[in-house]
Write a protein that binds this ligand. Structure first.
Ligand code: HEC
Length: 191
């Protein structure tokens, strides 16, 4: 590669920045544009463990079953397993099994039920993300938690009840009390 080409390649990011600066609004750097309140709202969808960001809405496992059949089963399998996408069922039905041994299944492994809601809301159905209503996400979360024996079939999940669901692996992510750099951060984390 000639010196000239290398020079252009090194300059490329700066040239691209300059190109973008036509729409610039940032007074300090002269690049980018200030996001509108609506743009921020569209990105600001993270739900924390307390669930205080959860939107209004509600759903039960019974309501989630037909939504799952229509919008999820093609990839995950009609029985939540056996599809091309990962299984959504824990590996064993026996009670009191160490949750880490139940497979890489979000509705079991996650320490917070709110994370299951957040994941479905932001990431599913794959390639049609953002199309589910809040009620559908509550119902689908209830359906997956019911199928994994975390909640009963008729439990209503909403912004108040969802954060209170006791996940089987809620203690599994506690940091070691005497954690030192270089040692595993997560209690029981197998890899
Ligand atoms: C087009 C195929 C497709 C559809 C439709 C789909 N999923 Fe998925 N889903 C995937 C794939 C692929 C993954 C794995 C993504 C990854 O690991 O990054 C996944 C992952 C997941 C996970 C996390 C898996 C785990 O335990 O780690 C959940 C929960 C989930 N999907 C729920 C749903 C729900 C609920 C629906 C229906 C609204 C749905 N999916 C529809 C393909 C799909």
């Amino acid at each position: 590669m000639g010196a000239f080409t290398m020079g252009i390649l090194r300059l490329l990011p700066f040239l691209m920045l300059l190109g973008g600066s036509a729409l610039a609004q940032s007074p300090t750097y002269g690049v980018g544009s200030t996001p509108s309140a609506e743009e921020i709202r569209a990105w600001d969808i993270s739900i924390g463990p307390t669930g205080k960001e959860l939107p209004p809405g509600r759903g039960t496992a019974k309501e989630g079953a037909p939504v799952f059949a229509q919008k999820c089963a093609a990839c995950h399998g009609a029985t939540l397993a056996g599809g091309l996408a990962p299984t959504l069922l824990k590996a064993q039905k026996e009670p009191n099994v160490d949750p880490w041994q139940l497979g890489r299944v979000l509705p079991i492994r996650s320490p917070y039920a709110t994370t299951v809601w957040d994941y479905i809301n932001r990431a599913m159905p794959l390639n049609r993300e953002g199309t589910l209503t809040a009620d559908e996400v509550y119902a689908l979360t209830a359906f997956l938690l019911y199928k994994n024996d975390v909640i009963p079939e008729d439990e209503v999940l909403d912004a108040q009840s969802l954060p209170k669901v006791e996940m089987p692996n809620r203690e599994g992510f506690a940091p070691l009390p005497d954690w030192k750099p270089g040692t595993p951060r997560l209690q029981g984390y197998p890899y």
